[in-house]
Design a protein around this ligand. Structure first.
Ligand SMILES: Nc1ncnc2c1ncn2[C@@H]1O[C@H](COP(=O)(O)OP(=O)(O)OP(=O)(O)O)[C@@H](O)[C@H]1O
Length: 942
């Protein structure tokens, strides 16, 4: 059915104009939209495209001439148009499709009329679509989860950039997956992203798959070794076939053919989870790093996720920043020097903080000295004056602005975002339970090893004092327990023993097939399922086990960041209890010393520390000697503790504090959340009622409070649609209350961004019959048989989504009502009030009216067209002014930032200026199109 050269347009994205199929693949094809300078890929089973053809009498453009279509013929799925009496034919692929491709009035009147409610439904749909397209929070509303300020701020900040490139390094369990999903969702809904690749550690691929579907209703395809091998039976590149792909990075970067296929496919966004694994060394960057570097160089948006970005050292951390912006991060020494500058700025910001929160604070501080380094800069001078001005009524505002300026000036937050538990608050406390165990003969020889069992034959593992402790410990526990040990062998052994001893246990390690690991995790998550899950180290990253709050560390990891990752499985968003950490260890062994180090020197069990590795580095040799029992220097731990506190304080005062402040600006986050709460479901309850009625979808309203509305929807036998996205045959509950919906797996959270709602809105627009409707108006004030005409015209501007034109000029409907003499009456009513007065008319009668009134109707509608142009003028003018104003503000802000922040380049500003110019031209080129009409005849009231 689909042929290269055919012309199609998209119902979902009418702004793209008329496009042409330029390439066909097995199960998909690509359309180029010249007006929007965009290509889009569609699956062959899509339902959102409309075939565009011309009919006899239409105008078309070919090269520089205009022709009238004299005859139309279809050959092998392609249309040819005869444009001269000399039998000159033009193929559809050659012609320029006229923007006003039909005689709109005529073709509208040729439709068979539909029920009168379709006119109102179209109007409501267009109005909601316009509101939504213009919304500043479009793309942030549909998340099925709580609106957390740090996530919303960060997503809005990154997603709105021309290129969304950032390192998301919130502390463990603060929702980086959701943040990445939000950025992605925002860019998808705003048309800035069509193809996405997510690279994850092998054991997290399914979790990502589930999280994207559950939280964003976004289905992804998994391409791992098995799927790839299956696909490779054909010639196609599987990565090109799918627009949303999750792939395990280890496999995808090690398998030469898969790597090449992945690199050959074009992506708009690449997301790399646990990015600290992208190892880098000056001579030999890892294969994973090299592959991501190649993707980074050719992809517009790149998100790197890591809770512990500096786990592998500052130089490697710098190498990952280079992936995001190689121009800015080209000199490591310079980068290090810049980090020092942040300290002073952070101190100043910290000093300003109390003033930003309270207008009545006296200002006894010596601002002059504090601002000394900045006072040559104009803005700083202004704030300095405002802050010190005794008559100033709002020093808090001045202080807020000064903090904001310091953050911008130091540019720490442009590529890197790090929210901390301390700043966000609301996380549980952690409690440590240490179990020093007496050693025995079997394990005596293994006391110098962190995993003592590796030194002992496995036949003797049952004599491990930790095992005996574990059995006893579990016997008195009724709650779910997560056990983490380092090796897969130990995880498997422990699970076997526990199962044998009668515990409900499951294991999770790298020697199990992926599907078994996911099953084990699900069995553990199930309320009725396993009480114990034993994980090897692969269970210590990324996984969500916060339904449990007891963690047993059967051994200790060798890096403090890994310790934090382990605890992070439980201590994460959604944890409702304090976290209990149980650590058994053999006395007088290296384990005891490591435990002491983590506990006494780093306090790493009960508190998050991002600088454990720095302390280890500083105490390198003496720490090594201590751990291995060669030196019993009891002062070491205390010295290290003091040093650790000092480093933490320094970090707190320095870059980290400033970075934290720039990672979430609370007032902006609050304003965004208010907008989301206002808009996400506003008017949706009524819309669901009407649209389900129009398409004959079974809809049972379970709660008709518009704020907490709940609907049970199910396809019906006479439904006008083939299927409902996300709704199975047996039906599904839709809830409009975010909190309630987020707590339930079995219900969908309905917002204006839910795929079912956007699909229904597209279907309303795509339902051609709804463009022509008719009604009766029972009224005694007018003679019977008086003809009245309602019309809806829309203002349309076609532009590439990067111009963000829709925020200023969305597709805007204009409603008009007149009598048959073109006397306009719409100012006297609202469209909704007017609609309430009307009654239905049988289709057969309506058809007769249209036939009889055709000539008059065309004249009336021509008058409506002229009036629509008048109505549009002030709307377009206001849109142009708003667009220009918005762009100029952005340009000014960036220009000012650039003067002191080297992360901002001339090209960034030039890019904005070009966009503004192009956007203004596109607004000037707007079109006014007739969308729908309703013909009304008056009758005497009964
Ligand atoms: N806004 C939210 N509302 C409700 N739950 C959330 C929200 N954000 C995240 N969560 C939940 O919190 C848990 C942690 O989130 P996520 O996995 O995204 O964290 P992370 O920062 O990627 O963790 P890690 O550092 O371990 O990789 C998940 O169970 C997630 O579903």
């Amino acid at each position: 059915m689909y042929q290269t050269g055919q012309r199609w347009s998209s119902r979902n994205e009418p702004d793209l104009g008329v496009g042409m199929i330029i390439e066909k693949q097995n199960r998909s094809f690509t359309i180029h939209f010249p007006d929007a300078e965009s290509d889009r890929q569609y699956s062959s089973s899509q339902t959102s495209l409309v075939r565009r053809t011309l009919t006899v009498g239409d105008q078309l453009h070919y090269q520089d001439d205009t022709f009238t279509v004299l005859e139309v013929e279809e050959i092998d799925g392609l249309i040819e148009y005869r444009v001269s009496d000399d039998d000159d034919w033009l193929e559809e692929s050659l012609i320029q499709f006229p923007r006003n491709d039909k005689n709109e009035l005529d073709s509208l009147l040729a439709l068979s009329p539909a029920r009168r409610m379709w006119f109102d439904l179209r109007r409501h749909t267009l109005e909601h679509q316009a509101t939504h397209a213009a919304s500043q929070v479009r793309g942030l509303m549909g998340l099925k989860a709580e609106l957390l300020p740090h996530q919303i701020y960060l997503a809005n900040e990154i997603a709105n950039r021309p290129q969304a490139r950032a390192l998301l390094c919130d502390e463990v369990g603060m929702g980086k997956t959701l943040e990445a999903g939000l950025i992605l969702h925002h860019r998808l809904l705003n048309g800035l992203c069509k193809r996405v690749l997510i690279l994850t550690p092998t054991n997290l691929q399914h979790q990502w798959l589930v999280e994207m579907l559950r939280r964003f209703h976004q289905p992804f395809s998994l391409i791992n070794e098995a799927v790839y091998e299956d696909f490779m039976e054909g010639d196609d590149n599987p990565f090109e076939q799918q627009p949303f792909v999750i792939a395990p990075i280890d496999w995808a970067s090690q398998h030469p053919n898969a790597t090449q296929h992945m690199l050959d496919a074009e992506w708009d966004m690449v997301i790399v989870d646990e990015a600290h694994h992208l190892a880098w060394h000056p001579e030999t960057p890892s294969v994973g790093y090299q592959v991501v570097a190649r993707l980074a160089a050719k992809t517009e948006s790149l998100l790197l996720l890591s809770a512990t970005p500096e786990q592998t050292g500052e130089r490697e951390h710098f190498s990952r920043l280079q992936l995001l912006d190689a121009d800015h991060y080209h000199d490591f020494e310079r980068y290090q020097a810049q980090q020092q500058e942040f300290k002073q700025a952070a101190e100043l910001a910290e000093t300003l903080l109390p003033f930003s929160q309270d207008d009545n604070q006296d200002a006894p501080l010596d601002w002059q000295t504090l601002f000394a380094d900045y006072l040559t800069e104009v803005k700083a001078k202004d704030w300095f004056i405002e802050l010190t001005d005794a008559n100033n009524k709002t020093p808090s505002q001045a202080a807020k602005e000064a903090i904001s300026w310091l953050i911008d000036r130091h540019g720490t937050g442009r590529e890197m975002f790090r929210n901390t538990r301390a700043a966000v608050g609301g996380f549980p406390d952690r409690y440590l339970h240490a179990y020093p165990l007496e050693n025995n003969e079997a394990f005596a020889s293994a006391s110098h090893h962190v995993q003592p069992e590796t030194e002992v034959q496995d036949g003797l593992w049952e004599q491990d004092p930790r095992w005996n402790w574990l059995k006893e410990f579990l016997e008195c526990q009724a709650e779910k327990i997560l056990i983490i040990c380092h090796t897969a062998d130990m995880a498997q052994w422990l699970n076997d023993q526990l199962t044998f001893a009668g515990f409900q246990s499951a294991d999770f390690h790298e020697q199990m097939p992926l599907i078994h690991r996911d099953r084990a995790a699900a069995y553990f998550a199930d309320e009725e399922g396993a009480q114990v899950l034993v994980c090897s180290e692969i269970g210590s990253e990324g996984r969500n086990f916060q339904f449990s709050h007891h963690l047993v560390m059967y051994d200790l990891p060798e890096h403090p960041d890994l310790l934090e990752q382990r605890i992070g499985r439980l201590d994460r968003l959604g944890q409702l209890n304090d976290v209990q950490i149980h650590v058994p260890y053999l006395q007088q062994s290296v384990q005891e010393r490591l435990f002491n180090w983590y506990h006494h020197a780093l306090n790493a069990f009960c508190r998050t520390t991002g600088v454990g590795d720095k302390v280890e580095e500083a105490f390198g040799d003496s720490l090594h000697a201590y751990l291995h029992g060669q030196d019993d220097d009891t002062n070491l731990l205390e010295e290290a503790r003091l040093y650790h506190e000092a480093v933490l304080k320094q970090m707190e005062e320095g870059r980290n504090r400033l970075l934290e402040m720039s990672s979430c600006r609370p007032e902006q986050a609050k304003a965004l959340i208010e907008q989301i709460n206002d808009q996400a479901t506003q008017g949706l309850h009524n819309y669901i009622e009407k649209v389900t009625h129009a398409f004959n979808i079974y809809a049972d309203c379970m709660n008709d409070d518009p704020q907490k509305s709940a609907w049970f929807l199910r396809p019906s036998s006479d439904m006008m649609l083939e299927a409902l996205p996300g709704i199975e045959e047996e039906g599904k509950m839709l809830m409009l209350d975010r909190r309630q919906a987020s707590q339930r797996e079995d219900v969908a959270f309905a917002t204006w961004e839910h795929p079912l709602i956007t699909m229904l809105m597209d279907e309303v627009q795509g339902f051609d019959s709804g463009k022509l409707t008719s009604a009766i108006l029972p009224i005694s004030a007018l003679p019977e048989g008086t003809v009245l005409v309602e019309s809806m015209f829309v203002i349309e501007a076609t532009a590439h989504p990067r111009l963000k034109l829709a925020q200023s000029l969305p597709m805007t409907p204009m409603w008009q009502l007149s009598d048959s003499n073109s006397k306009f009456l719409h100012q006297q009513f609202t469209a909704d009030k007017w609609a309430e007065k009307l009654k239905g008319v049988p289709n057969r009668v309506a058809e007769q009216w249209v036939a009889a009134l055709r000539k008059d109707l065309i004249e009336v509608l021509q008058a409506h067209q002229l009036n629509a142009q008048d109505q549009a003028r002030p709307i377009v003018h206001a849109a142009k002014t708003a667009y220009q104003h918005k762009c100029q503000n952005e340009i000014e802000r960036l220009t000012e930032l650039k003067s002191f922040n080297s992360a901002i380049r001339d090209e960034d500003i030039q890019h904005l200026e070009n966009n503004m110019q192009e956007g203004l031209v596109r607004i000037d080129e707007h079109q006014i199109r007739l969308d729908a009409i309703r013909i009304i005849l008056t009758t005497k009231p009964e």
